[in-house]
Ligand binder design. Structure first.
Ligand SMILES: Nc1ncnc2c1ncn2[C@@H]1O[C@H](COP(=O)(O)OP(=O)(O)O)[C@@H](O)[C@H]1O
Ligand SMILES: [Mg+2]
Length: 443
């Protein structure tokens, strides 16, 4: 059957042409994994086979379905069954889209091809218990595609593909830049703006051994002793409010020197006590900006301080705004452009701080289970405040608008989308879907 389908780029072509049964493809974001995998499914279905596209979640399955349906439509006589997420081809072949978060839905038999999209985010059991047995009657093949997520089972499969004694297995790794349809300038902008390890994992598709760690070279930066106010210096303060059993942390930074000069960390004080302590610090250092988290705890305190004419700005924490300030801080440590106090709590909270990523590409930052991150957040806010005093680039929208926590990449993008330069920089490295759509993206 003659069908005109998109031309593969050279990396995709290399994977496509390889005849082995099990293919493992690790690549950077937007390299063209979904394009290649959906083409493989449609090709199998149009040739009379039964193919499954398996995604880590229902929402991700919708992304795969759009890609499969778009290509399926181009095959004459194909019937698109939106309700079943299924395409049926004239020769009897089919492609079905499934989600691995419901293991029951992965029961089946007689598959000629299983494509697992972003499989580093699925459980290994989806493969070993459900999909592998389903390939047995037809000696079907499998294509595993994902950005890496540390050294989990996807990494082990990748190793198998590198092993000469496993002729059925082959593996490849490609950076995002190997997609000729992505402007290299965008990737270079991401390299400049992102902490090195995040760039390495997300764009260079490296399997990092401890993928979680966010801040590097912490000890090199932690050399200072607390300093009192000095004449002619410009200061800012970052504030993370303590809730019931964690700490309120106030961090004072010298803007010009890019140095932390003071840390105040305390708990079990009511809101009047917290306000008093901040007011005292204000009187001492006379900062020209106080960046304070604007959560339910902070909001009434901030309002009171503003009435008292303190230069307080509320910072609305969402996943996306937190990512912006945490990544800026991580970059400062990597580049050696910040100096902090050699305070044991601060150093250990920085060293333990983690990142995780959901399959939709949403990065989440937090302290490990059972640990605090108050000193980290307070420092990140102080660093953000210091940057607003020295850079023209500043996006007020990132510090306002309470928004519910976004669940998908698109919701996240919509919640922070703005026309500011800071947003455009952020959008480039995270590929904000809304900016992409506005530029006439192909979705
Ligand atoms: N062979 C190709 N021809 C044209 N555009 C492509 C090709 N492969 C990928 N693209 C484009 O590159 C972008 C990223 O592709 P996608 O498959 O979504 O990447 P990934 O799944 O790796 O994130 C999309 O805009 C897609 O249309
Ligand atoms: Mg994809």
């Amino acid at each position: 059957m003659a069908v005109t389908l998109p031309r593969l780029h050279p990396g995709q072509r290399a994977v496509w042409d390889e005849p082995c049964r099990f293919k493992v493809l690790a690549s950077g974001r937007r390299w063209g994994k979904t394009m290649l995998g959906s083409l493989a499914c449609v090709h199998a279905g149009a040739s009379g086979g039964r193919a499954w596209w398996v995604a880590p979640s229902y929402k991700m399955a919708q992304v795969g379905w759009r890609a499969v349906a778009r290509l399926g439509r181009q095959v004459p006589g194909a019937v698109i069954r939106q309700g079943d997420l299924m395409v049926r081809f004239p020769g009897g072949g089919t492609v079905q889209v499934r989600s691995a978060d419901d293991p029951q839905s992965l029961r089946g038999e007689g598959l000629s091809l299983a494509v697992m999209d972003e499989c580093a985010f699925m459980s290994e059991a989806a493969w070993t218990e459900a999909l592998r047995p389903a390939l047995s009657d037809r000696l079907g093949g499998a294509l595993f595609i994902s950005t890496p997520k540390g050294r989990n089972w996807f990494w082990r499969l990748f190793q198998r593909g590198q092993d000469d004694s496993e002729p059925d297995w082959q593996s490849w790794t490609f950076p995002t830049v190997a997609n000729p349809y992505i402007a290299p300038g965008e990737i270079e902008a991401a390299r400049r703006d992102l902490p090195e390890r995040i760039f390495q994992q997300e764009y260079e598709a490296l399997f990092l051994d401890d993928a979680g760690g966010v801040f590097r070279r912490v000890l090199e930066a932690a050399t200072l002793q607390p300093q009192g106010p000095a004449a002619g210096r410009q200061y800012v303060i970052g504030v993370d409010w303590g809730k019931s059993n964690d700490f309120t942390v106030l961090t004072v930074m010298d803007v010009g020197a890019r140095e932390m000069v003071y840390l105040d960390r305390f708990n079990q004080i009511d809101s009047a006590g917290q306000r008093g302590r901040l007011q005292a610090l204000y009187e001492r250092y006379k900062p020209d900006c106080i960046m304070a988290e604007n959560n339910s705890m902070g909001e009434p305190i901030i309002e009171q301080l503003q009435r008292d004419n303190l230069p307080v700005r509320g910072f609305q924490t969402t996943n996306a705004t937190k990512a912006v300030i945490v990544e800026a801080l991580a970059l400062a440590f990597e580049q050696g452009s910040i100096k902090i106090l050699s305070d044991p709590t601060l150093v250990s909270e920085l060293q333990a701080y983690e990142m995780d990523r959901t399959p939709s590409g949403l990065v989440r930052y937090s302290a490990p289970e059972g640990m605090h991150d108050d000193t980290v957040m307070s420092l990140a806010l102080a660093w953000a405040a210091a940057n607003t005093r020295t850079q023209v680039e500043y996006a007020p929208s990132l510090y306002a608008d309470p928004a519910p926590e976004p669940e998908t990449a698109r919701e996240r993008d919509a919640s922070v989308h703005s026309d500011s330069p800071l947003h455009r920089r952020w959008a480039k490295r995270h590929f904000c879907q809304q900016c992409y759509d506005e530029q006439g993206g192909d979705n």
